[in-house]
Design a protein around this ligand. Structure first.
Ligand code: ABU
Length: 391
């Protein structure tokens, strides 16, 4: 019997193998139509531009120390940890349709790569500097593909990333205008091409929830539906209208165990979308306020203070959290979770925290239905496609 290497159906089953990012050769994210990085301190931002070029050596080293600390903790729990290959993120990218001065980093595999059961899928990505971010993971993917005969490998269609794919004026909109338009779910990417980042998807067994955001559009979600539903998944779009700059679901809506989601009190799910969870006996636990305010986050960090809830579950009972988030530790402890705190704040300016910086390859367990009362006709049922899981 051949060993299954790639097998992960949800965000919480017992973890067996995972990829943890590396900070080597990271560059600052460039300004481009899909991203407008800014200094945290509004006063400094009036005087100094956002930096360009490579991250400083000592900053990269501190981030690597914390990433290595995560590796050590995971290994002490018997998890196999793999790392991406080094990549020269200083190489500019020029395609027939766009150019960008440099790339970004390989700290956040979660944004690019996702495991849906026995399938590894490479996301389209939404920003030019991240167009080739799958490359540091390709050697690993080939290894899994060569060693696991059941593993399926797909890459979603690459978007043009041409100027026409973006709504550049989005970056000029006032907060009032964004607030007025919060139910349009229109951001810096248009709806004409298939666009998604993997980190906008959250896996709950048969059910996959995908957030509409600055990094995932409606065409991206339609593509995921047509791709996944013939394999028996049910794909749901979800929205968090009060998040005026949504990007990646894992600081907003974080499942921890069957029946339990950690929710963001400042980003409630759109009215009506909670029903599916309530009808199926899911409990929402509101995350406490993070240790830092948005203004206190690291100067070059482009993520929100809600990185506080970007935790990594290593089993339905065990959660790795950032060490300074004491209120969150207490809350999770009260709900019966074992909390493993580790320092991770030096990773923040590289795009994320513990969930972002990882990509799970294998969790013990099979595909289950956590929404048994759901009345849903998958797209596959309306076509001739075979609707069955490869288990
Ligand atoms: N990459 C996750 C960032 C999400 C947030 O800023 O809330």
């Amino acid at each position: 019997m051949q060993m299954r290497i790639v097998n992960a159906w949800n965000e919480w089953d017992e973890l067996e193998e995972i990829v943890v990012g590396i900070a080597d050769d990271a560059y600052f994210e460039p300004t481009e139509p899909g991203s407008c990085p800014a200094l945290r301190d509004k006063h400094a931002a009036k005087i100094f531009p956002f930096p360009k070029g490579p991250k400083k050596q000592e900053v990269t080293e501190k981030a690597n120390e914390e990433l290595n600390g995560l590796v050590a903790l995971l290994e002490s729990h018997g998890v196999t940890v793999r790392r991406p290959e080094k990549h020269n993120f200083g190489t500019p990218v020029k395609t027939p349709l766009f150019e960008v001065e440099n790339q970004y980093c390989a700290v956040c595999p979660r944004d690019v790569m996702i495991t849906f059961g026995n399938e590894i899928l490479e996301a389209t990505m939404s920003r030019r500097a991240r167009f080739f971010e799958y490359l540091p993971y390709r050697k690993l993917v080939y290894e899994y593909w060569n060693q696991d005969p059941y593993m399926i490998w797909n890459a979603a269609p690459k978007p043009t990333m041409h100027d026409l794919m973006y709504r550049e004026e989005f970056w000029e909109w006032s907060l009032e205008k964004r607030f007025e338009r919060m139910h349009d779910f229109e951001f810096c990417i248009t709806q004409d091409e298939v666009i998604f980042d993997a980190a906008d998807c959250s896996r709950f067994g048969h059910d996959i929830f995908v957030q509409e955001s600055m990094t995932t559009n409606r065409a991206g979600i339609r593509w995921l539906k047509r791709h996944l539903e013939p394999r028996g998944f049910r794909v749901h779009d979800v929205h968090f209208p009060l998040d005026l700059f949504p990007s990646h679901i894992d600081c907003t809506f974080v499942p921890l165990a069957p029946g339990v989601v950690l929710t963001n009190p400042e980003r409630p799910i759109k009215a009506g979308e909670e029903k599916l969870f309530i009808d199926n006996d899911w409990q929402f636990i509101e995350a406490p306020h993070p240790t830092s305010t948005d203004d206190e986050m690291p100067m070059f960090c482009q993520s929100s203070k809600w990185l506080a809830m970007n935790v990594l579950s290593i089993s339905p009972k065990k959660v790795i959290c950032e060490e300074q988030e004491h209120s969150l530790h207490e809350l999770l402890d009260k709900h019966g979770f074992d909390v493993y705190p580790i320092p991770f704040r030096n990773v923040f300016e590289f795009g994320g925290s513990l969930h972002c910086a990882t990509w799970d390859i294998r969790r013990r367990g099979t595909c289950k239905d956590y929404f048994p009362k759901l009345n849903y006709t998958p797209l596959a049922a309306t076509t001739n496609s075979v609707s069955r899981f490869i288990m």
